[in-house]
Design a protein around this ligand. Structure first.
Ligand SMILES: Cc1ncc(C[n+]2csc(CCOP(=O)(O)OP(=O)(O)O)c2C)c(N)n1
Length: 622
């Protein structure tokens, strides 16, 4: 069937049985491709029938489907003309793992961060009204993404604007890890509320007791059951916000979804919320049983679910998590805060060991930061663990709630640099630039996992906000030394002494600078390699004297060169530059970097060891 599907039009006359068959084929396709390429498997498997049902009823691409986060969009891509390209997903020049307007008219909006879909869909709906056009707009948002403040801002506005808008709440009880918070409990109560269930069974019993009533009445009650759900309890919260609430319905059952979607599309006006229940990882047992592991995964064996090619070198996230546990053992003031990423940031063990000092606040980065500020204002030592790209959400909170009061909040920023296969929405390219302009911040980045540990120790001894930024994935596998040592702020480390050329690097780039130095050495050039360790404050006098001792200065960072580490060095040394003393910044360009394998991206950005060595040689010999 799948081979004949180019657009949803090709299955809009299918029977429900055929739709079920199509779903099986799509599910098999997702599983066989993603087991090879890696990707967001569990969320996409859970949304197969829901996606097909929406495209079946809604006249896409005229009607607009707006995905939240977009990681669940694999069925959407497969049934909107991209099945053939699907094996290229997340690879260089291949399909993106997220909706991209440049890929297809069926992709309405570019996305990757959570909780945006209601605001986007509302904007599109109001634009439609303004332009006098006629089409339907549907936002599809998970229960995890619904915990983000932005989603509530969208609901709040939509409830007041009263335009036609459908919000499909795809509730699988999971964020990446099990969903958290009062909203999650509320959604659970809709399914299990004893008052609703009691009322239902009372009526059931009553009709059963009435002599001679028989199955007719029971059928009526069965149907009444649906209306009772609307009358008695569920969705009151959404109703009070100005939405009509429908559900909960089974998101794997076409007989439940299709008539309801049709009815809403044709007959109901104003904002509508449809509560759909799905199973994350549906149809693939290992993913159903361990959805967090299969949320975003590398290539794996389909038979066993075992990840392929896993090595023993710890990730930076794992070293961060282990170190925080060790530090928190001795320092009772430490609290760990994350925004829906306990596993990704390495905080799972901390959560287990210190449940009273661990807080997963949901997909709520802004809140996480202000929440941490509250802790710090009372003398505690909050450590906020977030990914670089998601911390962008909390820029004002870092300034307004933390930095102005010089509060002791430590930001442990994971995924600084490339998040290769996820692309422009996920690269940690901007953190050094956007943090560096904030007064009172100390910003550091370790050259390896051992330095990360000592930086964490140091950070907890600094008065005021501190950020430590480290990359995604495997660390270097270096020895982890005891005892912890305090690194004097802002002392850089000279890792290789040479002459003429100074390579001033930070974070991941220190290792690269050493590889570049090895290439240069073969050409008779012996550079000095310095691990800056600090981005702010910058070691002015050390850097000035290093600059004066060299004729060519290069800065290396895995972040945008606009306002990042290189700019900090330039600000410090610009007075020393001349025709004979040259300066160049090496890092990410002023543009958005696409997805793909890390080395391929580096090739494209001219950031491979050889590219950099060549650049140095060319500059020197000019
Ligand atoms: C602002 C932001 N923070 C964190 C993330 C990381 N993230 C990606 S998907 C996800 C969970 C989403 O859960 P849900 O919306 O319920 O979708 P599901 O995967 O369960 O289908 C999280 C936390 C993100 N994409 N954006």
């Amino acid at each position: 069937m799948l081979e004949n599907i180019q657009t949803p039009e090709d299955f809009r006359n299918f029977t429900f049985a055929q739709l079920a068959q199509l779903s099986n084929e799509v599910r098999d396709r997702i599983l066989s491709v993603i087991s090879e390429t890696g990707g967001h498997l569990a969320s996409s498997l859970g949304a197969v029938e829901l996606t097909i049902a929406l495209h079946y009823v809604y006249q896409t691409p005229i009607d607009k489907l707006v995905w939240d986060v977009g990681h669940q969009c694999y069925t959407h891509k497969i049934i909107t003309g991209r099945n053939g390209q699907f094996p290229t997903i997340r690879q260089h020049n291949g399909l993106s793992g997220f909706p991209r307007t440049c890929e297809s008219p069926f992709d309405v909006f570019d996305v990757g961060h959570a909780s945006t879909s209601i605001s986007v869909a509302l904007g599109i709906a109001k634009a439609r009204d303004t332009l006098g056009e006629k089409f339907h707009v549907v936002s599809v948002i998970g229960d995890g993404s619904m915990t983000g403040g932005l989603a509530f801002e969208g609901l709040n506005n939509a409830g007041a604007l009263k335009t036609n808008l459908a919000v499909v709440l795809n509730d699988n009880k999971m964020s990446i890890s099990p969903n958290v918070g009062a909203l999650s409990s509320y959604l659970n109560r809709i399914l299990t509320d004893p008052r609703y269930n009691k009322l239902k069974s009372d009526i059931w019993e009553l009709t059963g007791k009435l002599k001679g009533v028989g199955s007719g009445i029971r059928n009526v009650v069965g149907r009444l059951d649906e209306s009772l759900k609307h009358l008695v309890l569920p969705g009151k919260l959404f109703e009070d916000l100005g939405f009509r609430y429908f559900g909960p319905i089974d998101g794997h059952n076409f007989e439940e979804m299709v008539p309801l979607f049709r009815n809403i599309r044709q007959n109901i006006s104003g904002p509508v919320l449809i509560h759909v229940i799905t199973k994350k990882g549906k149809g693939y047992k290992p993913a159903e049983e361990n959805a967090p592991k299969f949320h975003g995964i590398g290539s794996f064996e389909t038979q066993t679910g075992k990840i392929k090619g896993k090595r023993d070198i710890p990730t930076y996230s794992a070293v961060f998590g282990k170190t925080l546990c060790a530090l928190a053992e001795k320092n009772k003031a430490i609290v760990g805060i994350t925004a829906a990423m306990p596993a990704g940031t390495g905080l799972e063990k901390f959560a287990e060991l210190f449940p009273d000092r661990f807080f997963d606040v949901g997909i709520a980065e802004s809140h996480a930061v202000t929440f941490a500020a509250g802790f710090a204002s009372q003398g505690l030592r909050p450590v906020v663990a977030l990914y670089s790209t998601f911390l962008q959400r909390a820029f004002d909170q870092i300034i307004h709630d933390v930095a102005i009061q010089k509060l002791n909040v430590v930001f442990c920023i994971d995924r600084g640099g490339l998040t290769p296969d996820d692309g422009p929405t996920h690269h940690g390219a901007f953190d050094l630039a956007y943090l560096r302009c904030i007064p009172n911040m100390v910003i550091m980045s370790p050259k390896d996992e051992n330095e990360l540990r000592h930086m964490m120790w140091t950070a907890l001894r600094i008065e005021g906000p501190v950020a430590i930024r480290y990359p995604k994935g495997e660390a270097l596998g270096v020895e982890q030394t005891e005892p912890y040592e305090e690194i004097p702020v802002p002392m850089p480390e000279i890792v290789l002494k040479g002459k003429d050329v100074l390579l001033l690097a930070v974070g991941e780039m220190v290792q690269k600078a050493l590889s570049v130095a090895a290439i240069l050495k073969k050409q008779g050039i012996t550079p000095t390699v310095v691990n800056s360790r600090f981005i702010k404050p910058i070691a002015h006098s050390d850097i000035l004297s290093l600059t004066q001792a060299h004729s060519h200065i290069f800065t290396l960072e895995t972040g945008t060169v606009r306002g990042g580490f290189g700019t900090a060095v330039l600000e410090a040394i610009h007075g020393c530059l001349s025709e004979t003393r040259k300066f160049e910044m090496i890092g990410f360009p002023d543009g958005f970097i696409q997805h793909g394998e890390k080395e391929r991206i580096y090739q494209e950005l001219k950031l491979t060891d050889n590219n950099i060595a060549e650049k140095v040689i060319n500059t020197i010999t000019i």
